[in-house]
Design a protein. Structure first.
Length: 317
């Protein structure tokens, strides 16, 4: 998959393709079905497939940090998830003032026609774009007749009686229903980031943690979780994690992901770690003392080890 960062990096060889466009936050099963539809159409036409997405997401650009919606996947995470579906190209457009100010007609002309020379475009019938979200599916269909490209609606994908959506995934995570979220995503929910130095409080309590730099204003999950961490060597390491506000005792602070790896003592500072969330142990809570905090962590460890032991027994049967 070729990553193209911005319109200025489009070359003549990138013209003539079959494309889809969207935020694709979470890269859930609905998105995955769309990518399969995209590839079928592209293969039938003998043209490259191109996925167009944005960073930051449009709603993040317009919202103040405190009012922004929790994002499921940041760009690196989204890139890795999309790459699994092997499109030919991924065009990442930086959503900034210039892009937000483009009218619907200018968006079509500059990106779809002049930039990519799109021959077929697959989008949802509720897709909105352009300044003030004035453009819609009909706008694209009318433009397609003028510029010689075909607009195809996406196929709806449901789990149970409801359509799979990023909002539905976000709601499941907020409720601590990791099993339902994994069903909607087609994989367990995960977050990625680099291990940085923290306050070393966990080490003084006998529970050293890998502090993960999240680079996000909000997370869709909070609390204590059973996790598996994947390091840069591809090893899967069992652990437990806290996603919440730092510090635990004093309250307040930035949102932080702290991962304690079970039976592990190697130095992994600076490594990029993928944390996969498997089971929620409890909500985050305030502890009145270090002794109470240590006892709480010991209880969490016991539950995490029991969870892994139960799964191991099930596999051995």
């Amino acid at each position: 998959m070729e990553l193209i960062r911005g319109l200025h990096n489009l070359k003549p060889q990138h013209r003539r393709c079959v494309a889809t466009i969207g935020n694709f936050d979470g890269v859930h099963l609905g998105h995955q079905q769309l990518f399969q539809q995209l590839q079928r159409v592209a293969d039938a036409d003998g043209l490259p497939s191109c996925i167009i997405t944005f960073d930051p997401l449009p709603h993040e650009f317009f919202a103040v940090p405190q009012g922004s919606q929790a994002r499921l996947t940041y760009f690196r995470e989204k890139y890795h998830a999309i790459k699994q579906h092997a499109p030919d190209r991924l065009l990442m457009l930086k959503f900034n003032h210039d892009l937000s100010a483009l009218s619907a007609d200018a968006f079509i002309q500059r990106i779809l026609v002049d930039g990519l020379g799109v021959k077929q475009l697959i989008v949802g019938d509720d897709f909105r774009f352009g300044q003030g979200r004035a453009g819609n599916f009909q706008t694209l269909s009318d433009a397609g007749q003028q510029h010689d490209f075909i607009v195809i609606p996406t196929e709806t994908f449901c789990v149970g009686d409801s359509r799979v959506s990023s909002t539905r995934v976000r709601k499941s995570l907020a409720q601590g229903d990791l099993e339902q979220a994994a069903t909607l995503l087609g994989r367990p929910y995960s977050m990625e980031g680099r291990v940085v130095y923290g306050r070393q409080l966990g080490r003084t309590l006998g529970y050293p943690t890998a502090n993960i730099l999240l680079k996000r204003h909000k997370t869709p999950i909070h609390g204590i979780f059973v996790v598996q961490a994947e390091d840069e060597a591809g090893r899967l390491l069992n652990g437990m994690a806290n996603v919440g506000e730092r510090p635990t005792i004093d309250g307040g602070g930035d949102t932080l992901l702290e991962v304690h790896l079970l039976d592990f003592s190697e130095d992994i500072y600076g490594q990029h770690l993928k944390t996969v969330f498997l089971h929620k142990i409890r909500d985050e809570k305030h502890f009145g003392s270090l002794d109470a905090l240590k006892q709480g962590i010991q209880d969490d460890e016991h539950q995490a080890r029991a969870w892994f032991a139960d799964r191991s027994e099930c596999r051995d049967r």
